[in-house]
Design a protein around this ligand. Sequence first.
Ligand SMILES: *[C@@H]1O[C@H](CO)[C@@H](O)[C@H](O)[C@H]1NC(C)=O
Length: 450
Amino acid sequence: MLPLSLVVLGCSIPCLAAITQGSFSVLSYNVAGLPEPLSSSSPSTNTPLISPRLGPFDVVQVQEDFNYHAALYASDNHPFRTSTSGPALFGSGLNTLSNFPFIELQRVKWKDCFINEADCLTPKGFTFMRIKVADGAWVDFYNLHADAGSQTGDINARKSNLAQLAAFAQTWSVNMPIVIYGDTNARYTRDNEALHSLLDGLNVQDVWIQVIRNGVEPLPGSPANACPSTFPSGTPQSQMIACETVDKIFIRSSAAVTLTSNTITNENDAFLDSAGGPLSDHFPLSSVIHWQLSSAIRLADPVGGANDDPFTDVSLAAPGSVPRITSITLRGGNRLDSVSVAVQYTNGTTATATHGGQGGSPSTLALQSNEFITQAQICSGSHLSSTSVFFLQVTTNQGHTLSAGKSTSDCQTVVVPIDAGEAGKAWGLVGFWGRSGSEVERLGAIWGAS
Ligand SMILES: *[C@@H]1O[C@H](CO)[C@@H](O)[C@H](O)[C@H]1NC(C)=O
């Protein structure tokens, strides 16, 4: 049976999106789970105390989740969680516990480490995943644990680490909203250059800098404004959040999803033992992030698998200048080989975007001036022991269709958003996002109001 709200809105198949804004909470926490006595905390005692306290946060990202991983998950009920990459010596210590589903999980090891602080003994790095916070609200999440220590070798390794993450996100998160949080081991006073490879390289904002420091970064070279290792009971939040932790939260909006935050909280008081002592040697840092969908560009859920290179046509459709598709060309045989759209802007300029290879046979549908693609059916199947896209059929508001490939038993149909969108404009397909190589491996519609 369909959810009542969808029936009322006349939407009998997956569609976007009666709800166009909301918020989610994040928690960044280095849980000090190195095996005792290497850990600077007491994880065998503390991890079972941490576990049940993670529940209030929508997306928790932990670092140093090494040898007490089972205890960390034991009293937690987040429905979507990463599997451990192993104990110290084998794993990165990075895990994510989420209320929302994710795709595209990748664990990436740092290219550089410095031997001080035992950084090179275990494969530290970062994780990337794409989380569906709500219909249309796909957000790229990064968790990281950069090289520790204050020697020159450490500072240089951190520079390399954060530059490596920035370079990765410049490829994988093109035109996507981003949330990065974790243990950067960096301070503005000491690691300004490293932090700026994220800030400038990805155009992200540090929530602490924006919310607590009114946009003003601590001066490079000035004394560290570090937090004490513990706060006396009763210390006000304003004091706990005024000092700089190496744990940081960064956000970036995209054309399709605006992210904002006006809160960042040191969750110290929620993670104390019965004697008032902290459960880790890092503070837990949280933020509530507000999301808002664009009324001009909207991403539908993608179908398919995680092979080959990422692509997105979001750049075709900047808000305020969303073009109209004038024709669409598909190539297919046994599977879907390529998708190609030709678009025209209101000023007459045209552009095309093509993804996939030259296999299969092409077919083209030319659209009339008042014609929009309002529905797409995408089917996936198993190919060479992974999932790829086998079939696409698009349908216009005038009932014309174009298809390519072979249908399977695993199909999803998506339709244009059901909210009004930009005043005086109509929703229609403007392009696609997903992954492709010599064929189309993952495919999602991008709707635009033009
Ligand atoms: C037409 O509009 C598009 C989208 O805003 C822009 O990229 C392009 O430069 C414009 N072309 C001209 C000739 O103004």
